[in-house]
Ligand binder design. Structure first.
Ligand SMILES: [Zn+2]
Length: 387
C-alpha cells in the first residue's frame, strides 16, 4: 500500500470560509485534534496577514509535536519572514510558498510574463531555503495553466530547492480525467520529479473536489490537501474524510492509504463544526447526520438481515455508534418490531399488527417519529404534539 500524506488546511483555507474566524485557543484546540487524527501536516495560517495571525500560528507551532506545522506565504521576503517568526518554535516547520501561474492570473492579477513568474518563484524558494529545510511550492491556478509552462514552473521549483510541489485546482475547474492527465504529464516530462513529493489541492465549485483528488492519487501524487468537513473558500475544499474513506473502502482500486486514525474522524468533524459555526449538512458524505441512517422499509429490512446489504462503511469506523434506523412512514414491519424491542416492548405478531397500523397512520402525518411517540403509541395513547 502506497502512503498518501495528508496536508490539512482547515486552519488556513478552511478559515477563509466566508464568516469564519477562529481565536488562538480555537486554532490550538483544532490543531490538537488534527494531531490525534494523525494528519501529517497542519497548515496553521497565513502569518503575514496580521500580528494576531502570527501569534496564533506560533501557538500552534509551540503545541504540536507529532505533525509538521506549515505557514503560508506569497512569494516575497516579507511573507517568508512572517512565517519564520511564526514557526520559530515548531518541532518540524515547513514554509508553503505560492505564486499564480495561469495566463489569466499572470495577465490580470500579477501583471507578470512567464519569465518574471519563473524568476520570482526561483528567488522566493532560494530565500526560503536559507531558513527552512522543508519548502512546499504551490502553482496557484495550476489546472488553468498551459501544460508546457506548468512543467517549467515545476522544474524551476525543484531546481531552486522545493521539497513538495503542489498543483492545485484553485477555482474548482478541473474534471477528473483532465486533472489526472495533468499530473501524469508533469510526472513524465519534468526532470528531477522523483526527488520531490507531488501534491494536490482541490476546490469543490463543481462538486468534483473528492473525485479530482482521487484522480490525482491514481496519477501518482504523494500528498493530498483538504479540510475537515470540506470547509473553505466558496464551495469549499476537498473533504479529507471523504478521500480517506474512499481509499479505505476502495483499496482494490487505489492500493493507497493515509495514516489517519479513522475513528477520530467523527469527533474531529464535530469539533470543527462547533468552533467554526459551520454546520454539516445532514446528507454530507461520511459525517452528515443521515450518512448512516436508513429509513425505507426495504433498506431497513435489508440492514437487519445483514448490514452489508446497504452499508459500505461501518459507522464505528469513523467513531460513531452503530447505524441508525430512522422510524418513519417508509419503515417496514421488521424494523418497527426491532425498534419496539430496543425500547423495551417485545411483542407477538398480533400485538405488532395492531400497533403497526396505528404507527403507519401517525407516520403519514409526521415525517419524524420520536422514541417517545412510539412508546405512547404502544401504550395505546396518542402522543401529544404528533400532529
Ligand atoms: Zn485553496
Amino acid at each position: 500500500m502506497r502512503k498518501i500524506y495528508v496536508f490539512d488546511t482547515t486552519l488556513r483555507d478552511g478559515e477563509q470560509s466566508p464568516g469564519v474566524s477562529l481565536t488562538m485557543e480555537e486554532k490550538v484546540e483544532i490543531a490538537l485534534q488534527l494531531e490525534r487524527l494523525g494528519v501529517d501536516r497542519i497548515e496553521a495560517g497565513f502569518p503575514v496577514v496580521s500580528a494576531g495571525e502570527i501569534k496564533c500560528v506560533a501557538e500552534v507551532a509551540r503545541t504540536i509535536r507529532n505533525a509538521t506545522v506549515v505557514g503560508f506565504a506569497r512569494s516575497r521576503e516579507q511573507d517568508i519572514d512572517a512565517v519564520r517568526e511564526a514557526l520559530r518554535e515548531a518541532q518540524d516547520p515547513c514554509l508553503h510558498l505560492f505564486l499564480a501561474t495561469s495566463p489569466i492570473h499572470r495577465e490580470y492579477k500579477l501583471r507578470m510574463d512567464r519569465a518574471k513568474v519563473l524568476q520570482t518563484i526561483d528567488a522566493a524558494i532560494r530565500y526560503g531555503r536559507k531558513y527552512f529545510s522543508k519548502i512546499e511550492f504551490s502553482a496557484e491556478d495550476a489546472s488553468r495553466t498551459e501544460l508546457d509552462f506548468l512543467c517549467e514552473v515545476t522544474h524551476t521549483a525543484i531546481q531552486a530547492g522545493a521539497t513538495v510541489v503542489n498543483l492545485p485546482d484553485t477555482v474548482g475547474f478541473a474534471t477528473p480525467d483532465s486533472f489526472g492527465e495533468m499530473f501524469k504529464a508533469v510526472r513524465e516530462q519534468v526532470p528531477g520529479i522523483e526527488r520531490i513529493q507531488l501534491s494536490t489541492h482541490c476546490h469543490d465549485d463543481l462538486g468534483l473536489a473528492t473525485a479530482n483528488t482521487l484522480a490525482a492519487i491514481a496519477a501518482g501524487v504523494d500528498q493530498i490537501e483538504g479540510t475537515i468537513n470540506g470547509i473553505g473558500e466558496r464551495a469549499g475544499n476537498t473533504a479529507i474524510e471523504e478521500v480517506a474513506l474512499a481509499l479505505e473502502t476502495r483499496s482494490d482500486r487505489y492500493a493507497a492509504k493515509t495514516s489517519l486514525v479513522l475513528n477520530e474522524i467523527y469527533p474531529t468533524s464535530r469539533l470543527v463544526s462547533k468552533l467554526t459555526g459551520m454546520s454539516v449538512p445532514g446528507n454530507k458524505a461520511i459525517v452528515g447526520d443521515n450518512a448512516f441512517a436508513h429509513e425505507s422499509g426495504i433498506h431497513q429490512d435489508g440492514m437487519l438481515k445483514n448490514r452489508t446489504n446497504y452499508e459500505i462503511i461501518k459507522p464505528e469506523t469513523i467513531g460513531l455508534g452503530a447505524g441508525r434506523l430512522v422510524i418513519g412512514k417508509h419503515s417496514g414491519r421488521h424494523a418497527f418490531k426491532q425498534k419496539l424491542a430496543e425500547l423495551g416492548y417485545p411483542c407477538n405478531d398480533e400485538q405488532l399488527n395492531t400497533v403497526f397500523e396505528k404507527f403507519k397512520a401517525l407516520a403519514d402525518l409526521n415525517k419524524q417519529i420520536r422514541d417517545e411517540d412510539i412508546r405512547s403509541l404502544f401504550d395505546g395513547n396518542t402522543a401529544s404534539g404528533l400532529s
